[in-house]
Design a protein around this ligand. Sequence first.
Ligand code: COA
Length: 342
Amino acid sequence: MGAGIALVGSVSALQPVSVCNEQLSSRVDTNDAWIRSRTGIAARRIAGPGETLTSLATAAAQAALEQAGWDAEDLDLILLATSSPDDLFGTAPRVQGAIGARQAAAFDLTAACSGFLFALITAGQYIRGGTVGRALVIGADQLSRWIDWDDRSTCVLFGDGAAAVAVEACEEPRNGLLGFKMHSDGRRADCLSLRQRDDHVPLLEGHSSQKGGFETIHMNGQEVYKFAVREVPAVLQELLNSTGTTAEQLDWLLLHQANQRILDAVADRFAIPHERVLSNLARYGNTSAATIPLMLDEAVRDGRVRPGDLIASSGFGAGLSWGAALLRWGGPGGARAPAAPG
Ligand code: COA
């Protein structure tokens, strides 16, 4: 049994329809200059009729398998990080069925915009525990389903997308998950929520039953902003301390893509040059659980992230939840074997 977790492949899937800020401003009272200056977002992908979370996540999962060079039957585990499932009983099994991963257990993990990182860490624990050899970790969200398109303070922020990362057990020199930290604070849950609707149906005389259904996304933008610029540097510092790593040793900062101002503030806090902070917010907005693997995939494809690169990643968002992980990108076929930091 290997002692480490190698990140061997990453692939993304995106809907073809891109909606730019100018187009949104014909629907709601906003404008391109406001959205760009406050968030860095220029456009986002929005799923149309017939496009589902299952189809998006399946496309990413299938492609990640191909990139890793694995058969579907080699998979032991599929974790789908999402807050916008097609089926509240679980969308991951639908993805498992669609790709034919008959040996794999599959379940959803909900931790909003921290979901991908929490799922990657969870898969890592199964692998380290010796019960899983190969896993797919998928981050996928279709928050456009839950947006109030008349609420200009939230509708401009989010987009849809999916991406998957293939991880497998390996010997320590190839280990790609070098450390992690996770936090939650439910006392601040109302800062950013997507709650069950308070709706009832008559059942018996004098008794009614709750009716399923959700409200739209509610957010206190300023509180969420303050939370992010306080907690993300703090958790990254915890991560660096616990792994004996310095900010100068990092090749890349890979943060949840919520707002360019948050990315810049975190980078400045560690004096990390902005060119080492990965960002694709302008094109996709905040795709929730998908942002980190989408960004990773793009940076791997365009050659910025190379096998052996050291990446500090942080996810943060509703819950409230936040976390960080120190990653070493492996790449298909196995990484070169760098020394552990510290
Ligand atoms: N277009 C134009 N004006 C807008 C607007 C939009 N899309 N959204 C809000 N405004 C207006 C407000 O109505 C307000 O107008 P007023 O001064 O006349 O009342 C003004 O802009 C300022 O609003 P405010 O909410 O104070 O803006 P802000 O500077 O805090 O920026 C966010 C708003 C949402 C961009 C910012 O708070 C933020 O990024 N928060 C974090 C959100 C986030 O990342 N969420 C996901 C976390 S996973």
